[in-house]
Ligand binder design. Structure first.
Ligand code: NAP
Length: 276
């Protein structure tokens, strides 16, 4: 499977699994756990969650899904901005670890920027690394100005920026992704199928039919064809997970890529970073 390297040299599978909106409905719980486990068995071992999702219940669900397989998983969680201080981050992290049923996170992210100074967050993250509670850390939803401030605040061991990036959200290609690439930081592409909206895009469906693929697979294959991008689709059924996994086997030709550029125009100028 294609892998992506973080600046510290750690490699992860290029395609991960998201968990936002999981654990919202008890009736879907066992199906969601089965989906994550199916993903693990297919090699999608990076799982992304957050203390915010379903008020911590998503982390509990992930904990249940990975029980007995913790060492095979690259586990990512995120802290609320208001918890990202020296005082509060250790407690937020401990609570996430407890819900996930583990003693460490592989990657801990600041979910978005709030009022806590970035230098404070950097120090809090580095202390968690020193304590062995997290193995590495990163950020989410930070634009170039934020990233520059982060680095100037001692944050040069940041491993990634998790951002909204998909065929309909190509703004970061213009400047943020190249900025990160110069520092060897991959991005984690959230909402890679635009929260399901790309599934029914007519132009994408037409191209997908010609390629004997599905629109979701084309949307993921396009992200996977780019350097340093880890898409983390959320799939709530085993069938969707299998379909998404198969996107790794879709090779896009130059003609396909041109067609996608004409359906979803690349940015011509710098755009503010969008977030969901
Ligand atoms: P997404 O992955 O783009 O889309 C999820 C939706 O697509 C679900 O409704 C899912 O339906 C559907 N879907 C997935 N695979 C499909 C398939 N093969 N065929 C048809 N439909 C399919 O959106 P997302 O959940 O917003 O983003 C992914 C992950 O990124 C999140 O779960 C979360 O972990 C992370 N995220 C992070 C941030 C941040 O601020 N850092 C923000 C948003 C998301 P089913 O459930 O029925 O499969």
């Amino acid at each position: 499977m294609k892998t992506i390297r973080f600046p510290d040299g750690t490699t992860v599978p290029a395609l991960g699994q998201g968990t936002w909106m999981m654990a919202e409905d008890d009736g879907r719980r066992s199906q969601e756990i089965a989906s994550l486990r199916e993903g693990l068995s297919l090699g999608l071992t990076l799982i992304d969650t957050a203390e915010m999702y379903a008020d911590g219940e998503s982390e509990r669900l992930v904990g249940e899904a990975i029980a007995g397989a913790r060492d095979d998983v690259f586990l990512v969680s995120k802290a609320y901005p208001q918890n990202a201080s020296r005082d509060r981050l250790p407690r937020a992290c401990e609570a996430s670890l407890e819900r996930l049923g583990t003693d460490r996170l592989d990657l801990y992210l600041l979910h978005w920027r709030g009022n806590v100074p970035l230098a404070d967050t950097v120090e809090a993250m580095e202390r968690l690394v020193a304590a062995g509670k997290i193995l590495r850390w990163g950020v989410s939803n930070l634009d170039i100005a934020d990233m520059e401030e982060l680095i100037a605040s001692g944050g040069d061991s940041c491993q990634t920026d998790q951002i909204l990036y998909n065929l309909t959200r190509r703004g970061p290609e213009y400047d943020l992704i190249p900025w990160l690439a110069r520092r060897r930081m991959p991005i984690m592409a959230y909402s890679p199928v635009e929260q399901g909206r790309l599934v029914s895009h007519p132009g994408l469906a037409e191209l997908a039919a010609k390629r004997n693929a599905t629109p979701t697979q084309l949307a993921l294959a396009w992200l996977l064809s780019r350097e340093g991008v880890i898409p983390i689709p959320k799939a709530g059924s085993v069938d969707h997970v299998r379909e998404n996994r198969a996107a790794l086997d879709v090779d896009l030709s130059d003609a396909d890529l041109k067609q996608l550029d004409s359906l979803f125009a690349p940015p011509r100028t710098s755009e503010p970073l969008a977030m969901l």
